[in-house]
Design a protein. Structure first.
Length: 677
C-alpha cells in the first residue's frame, strides 16, 4: 500500500511537470486503457452514470433512493439499474471494441456535466460520443454519437438493454409508435428488485438528425431474458460525418407509481424534444448551478481539483427532493448508498452556503424520517428522536449488525439537528423553522436530555458511545459527541425563543452540565480513557469548527498540534486533514493550512480523472465526504465564511503565498460575492 501511494504520488508529479496548464473545467485522459482505470461519474442528482474504458460502455447506472435488501450485511443496498446507454457499433461488419481501436481519449467536462470519448477505428473511421445525465430531466440520459468516415463504410449502431444480475423476473418490450412525421422506436425493460420490493424500469429510443435525410429502419432483436437490443444500419460516404443519439430514462417504483409507462413517456418526450433542445436546457441548468463557484487565482491545478469537488457535490444532489447523498454519492454502490453523518457534517455545509435550495433536500430527507427516528429512540429506552447511523429509504437503522456504530454512534442525532439549525441560520426562513426545523430540534434535544447519565453537577455524562473517531468504540464522554449534544440542546432552546415558544428548561440545564474533558497537558481529551493513541479521523478538533465549543485560539492550536501527529499516514479518511486546513486558515497560518489542504486529497487521487478515494492509496472513489470537507476548508477556512443566527458573515483570514486571490460567488440566499486577496 505504501509503495503504491509513493508510485502514485511520483506519477502525479511527473504528470504535473510535463503537462500543460490544467484546464479549470475539463479533465482529459489520453491513451486510455483498462489498466489502473477508475471511472468518473456523470450525474444529475437522481441518476448516475459511471464511465468505462471500453468504447460505448458505461460501468454502472445508479438511481438515488432505490434500495432493496440483498447482498452485504442483511440491510438495504443501492441497486444497479438497467444499463440503458450501452451500445455496439459495427463498421463493415466488424464490432468496434477495445482490441481494434487506437488513440482512445476521454474527457470530463465539469462545466456542462458531460463525458466524451473519441478514438480511431483503423483506417475506416474516426468516432466520438458524449453522454449526459440531463440536469433538467431527473430520470433521463442522452448519448450523442458522431462517426466520420475515412472511406466509404457501412455502420450498424445497436442500443443494448441489459439487466444487472441481481434483478429478477425481467421482461423486455419493443414498441413502435408511428406518426406521419416520425416513428418512435422504444426499447424497454422492467424487472423486480431481489426481494420483489421494487419495480425497476428503463426505456430508450434513437434520435436521428434531420440533416441526414430520412430515418433508417430500426430492427429489434431479443437475445435472452436479460438482454435485448434495437439497431439500424447506414452507409456513410468518405469524408462524411453521421450523427445519431440514444436517449432514455430509468425509473423505479420508489420514484413513481407507474414506472414502466413513465420511463416510456420520458423516452418519447426526449425523442420529440430533440437533441439540440435537450442539450441546450441541460447546459442552461448547469449555467445556473455554476453561478455559485469557488475561483482560485494563481494555482491552476487546485482550481481544476476544486471544480471537480464542486461538480461532484452538485451532481450527487438535487433541488426539490427528499434525497440525501451517501459518502460515494452516485458513483456506484459504495457504503450501500446509505446516508451517514458524512452528509450533515461534511457535504451539507458547503451546499448550504452555495445552494441553500439544494441543501433543503438533505434536511427534508431527515424530516420525513423523523417518526422512524422516534421509534429508534423508543426501542433503546430513550425519549425524543434518535437518528440511525446508517439510513436508507425508510429511516430505520441500516448498519450491518457486526458494526458497533449502529447501536452506539449517537452523535449522528446531533449532526442532523445542527444541520437543521444551520438551514434556518442561512435562509432565515421562520416558517420552515416552525414547521420542520423545530420538530427535529426539539425531538433531538429531548433525546439528549434522556441520554445523559446525571451523576452530579458538571457530570451529566454520555457513556458507552462510538466516538466520531471510530477507532474509539464504547467509550465514555467522547469530546465530539458531548460537544455536539450541547450544541443541539442550545440550538433547540434558541429556536424555541425565536418562535415565541417556551423551551424546556432542562435542555440548558443538561447542556451546562455535559463535561468536555482535558488531559494533564491541557489538551482536550478525545474521551475518558484516551491515552494518546492514533486516531482514525478528526474528533476533538471539530470542537473548534464547526461546533465552536473551543474558541480560544491558544487552545485550538494546542489541540491541533497534538492531534495532527496522531493521524497515521494510511487508512484514514480524507476529511480529517480538511479540518486541520480549516482551523489553521482561521488561526492565520495559511502556509500550514496549505500543507494540510494538499494532504487532504492529493495522496487520495486515482487516475485518470483525479477522482478522490476515501483514503490515501485507496481504490473506492468517488469520496464525496472528503470533497465536502475540503470545500469547507476553502469556504469557511481560507474564505472565512461563518454561519451565524443572523446569516452568513465573513471573518478575516489570509491566503497561502501560492494563491493570488480566492473568490466565492453566489453565496447564501442573496447570492453574494466574497473575495480574499
Amino acid at each position: 500500500m505504501k509503495f503504491r501511494y509513493l508510485l502514485l504520488a511520483a506519477s502525479y508529479l511527473i504528470y504535473m511537470s510535463a503537462a500543460a496548464q490544467p484546464d479549470p473545467w475539463k479533465i482529459s485522459a489520453a491513451n486510455v486503457s483498462p489498466s489502473g482505470y477508475y471511472g468518473v461519474t456523470v450525474a444529475n442528482g437522481m441518476i448516475g452514470i459511471v464511465s468505462s474504458p471500453e468504447p460505448f460502455k458505461v460501468k454502472d447506472v445508479v438511481l438515488a433512493g432505490a434500495y432493496d435488501l440483498y447482498g452485504r450485511g442483511r440491510v438495504s443496498n443501492f441497486l444497479r439499474s438497467f444499463n440503458l446507454l450501452n451500445m455496439n457499433l459495427d463498421i463493415d461488419g466488424q464490432r468496434v471494441d477495445a482490441r481494434n481501436i487506437s488513440g482512445l481519449t476521454q474527457e470530463l467536462d465539469m462545466r456542462y456535466a458531460s463525458f466524451s470519448s473519441s478514438f480511431q477505428s483503423g483506417d475506416k473511421a474516426s468516432v466520438s460520443y458524449t453522454y449526459y445525465a440531463l440536469r433538467h430531466l431527473p430520470y433521463t440520459v442522452l448519448m450523442d454519437v458522431a462517426v466520420t468516415a475515412k472511406k466509404d463504410i457501412t455502420i450498424t449502431g445497436s442500443s443494448v438493454m441489459e439487466a444487472p444480475d441481481a434483478l429478477k423476473d425481467v421482461q423486455n418490450y419493443y414498441n413502435e409508435i408511428d406518426r406521419p412525421h416520425v416513428v418512435i422506436s422504444l426499447l424497454s425493460s422492467t424487472a423486480k428488485s431481489p426481494t420483489g420490493k421494487l419495480q425497476l424500469c428503463a426505456s430508450n429510443t434513437f434520435l436521428f438528425s434531420e440533416a441526414h435525410g430520412s430515418e433508417p429502419r430500426v430492427i429489434h432483436e431479443m437475445w435472452d431474458n436479460n438482454m435485448h437490443l434495437m439497431k439500424f444500419t447506414r452507409t456513410i460516404k468518405a469524408g462524411e460525418t453521421y450523427h445519431f443519439s440514444v436517449a432514455g430514462a430509468s425509473i423505479t417504483s420508489a420514484h413513481h407509481d407507474d414506472p414502466l409507462n413513465e420511463a416510456e413517456r420520458s423516452a418519447i418526450f426526449a425523442k420529440l424534444e430533440g437533441r439540440e433542445r435537450l442539450i441546450s436546457f441541460h447546459k442552461k441548468a448547469w449555467d445556473e448551478l455554476w453561478k455559485s463557484d469557488i475561483t482560485i487565482e494563481g494555482d491552476p491545478q487546485a482550481q481544476q481539483d476544486v471544480h471537480s469537488m464542486l461538480y461532484h457535490l452538485y451532481s450527487f444532489t438535487r433541488e426539490g427532493t427528499s434525497l440525501s447523498p451517501s459518502p460515494m454519492g452516485l458513483s456506484g454502490l459504495g457504503y450501500n448508498g446509505h446516508v451517514f453523518w458524512d452528509t450533515e457534517l461534511w457535504m451539507y455545509p458547503s451546499l448550504l452556503v452555495l445552494h441553500p435550495e439544494m441543501a433543503k433536500s438533505l434536511v427534508e430527507y431527515r424530516f420525513q424520517r423523523l417518526d422512524a427516528a422516534k421509534r429508534n429512540a423508543f426501542s433503546k429506552g430513550y425519549q425524543g428522536a434518535m437518528f440511525p447511523w446508517e439510513s436508507a429509504a425508510t429511516g430505520v437503522e441500516e448498519t450491518p449488525v457486526w458494526a458497533l456504530s449502529g447501536p452506539f454512534e449517537h452523535h449522528i442525532t446531533a449532526c442532523v439537528a445542527i444541520a437543521a439549525w444551520n438551514y434556518f441560520c442561512v435562509t432565515q426562513d421562520k416558517t420552515w423553522l416552525k414547521e420542520k426545523g423545530w420538530p427535529v430540534l426539539s425531538a433531538t434535544a429531548d433525546f439528549w436530555a434522556s441520554r445523559v447519565e446525571r451523576n452530579g453537577a458538571g457530570h451529566y455524562d454520555i457513556n458507552n458511545v462510538v466516538a466520531a473517531d471510530e477507532w474509539a468504540e464504547n467509550v465514555n464522554n467522547n469530546a465530539f459527541t458531548n460537544a455536539a449534544a450541547k450544541a443541539n440542546l442550545q440550538f433547540a432552546t434558541q429556536a424555541a425563543q425565536l418562535l415565541g415558544l417556551t423551551p424546556n428548561p432542562d435542555w440548558m440545564n443538561v447542556a451546562n452540565n455535559i463535561p468536555i474533558l482535558k488531559m494533564e497537558n491541557g489538551v482536550t481529551s478525545e474521551h475518558a480513557s484516551y491515552h494518546g493513541e492514533g486516531i482514525k479521523q478528526a474528533d476533538v478538533n471539530l470542537l473548534s469548527y464547526p461546533l465552536h465549543e473551543v474558541t480560544d485560539p491558544k487552545q485550538i492550536r494546542k489541540d491541533l498540534e497534538y492531534y495532527e501527529t496522531r493521524v497515521p499516514n494510511e487508512g484514514t479518511p480524507a476529511m480529517t486533514q480538511a479540518v486541520f486546513t480549516t482551523l489553521y486558515a482561521r488561526l492565520g497560518d495559511p502556509e500550514k493550512a496549505y500543507h494540510w489542504f494538499h494532504e487532504a486529497y492529493i495522496p487520495n487521487l486515482n487516475p485518470p480523472f483525479r477522482v478522490i478515494a476515501e483514503t490515501k492509496g485507496g481504490t473506492n472513489p468517488y469520496f464525496a465526504t472528503g470533497a465536502g470537507g475540503i470545500l469547507q476548508s476553502l469556504l469557511m477556512g481560507f474564505g472565512g465564511l461563518e454561519i451565524t443566527p443572523k446569516g452568513i458573515i465573513q471573518l478575516k483570514t489570509s491566503l497561502p503565498k501560492q494563491w493570488k486571490s480566492l473568490t466565492l460567488t453566489g453565496i447564501g440566499i442573496e447570492k453574494k460575492t466574497y473575495i480574499v486577496k
